[in-house]
Unconditional design. Structure first.
Length: 71
């Protein structure tokens, strides 16, 4: 039997909710010879496992944010 650990609260769970999240990175790349600074944007999708409480909490946060944007 496989054991999972919640990526939010780190407790051991048996039946996780798998969520695809987007991770964003913004940095500055500097070229030495030309002394030009360019903005580097990167994003990738990562999979995380969440327990039931963290999964529901994530949805509550999303709904609250959506209501604030609509008002």
């Amino acid at each position: 039997m496989r054991v999972y650990q919640c990526d939010g609260c780190y407790k051991i769970i048996e039946n996780p909710h798998t969520v695809k999240m987007k991770e964003f990175y913004v940095g500055i790349d500097t070229e030495y010879f030309t002394r030009i600074k360019t903005l580097v944007k990167s994003k990738r999708k990562i999979k995380i496992q969440l327990c039931d409480d963290c999964y529901k909490g994530l949805h509550v946060i999303a709904e609250k944010k959506e209501r604030e944007n609509n008002d």
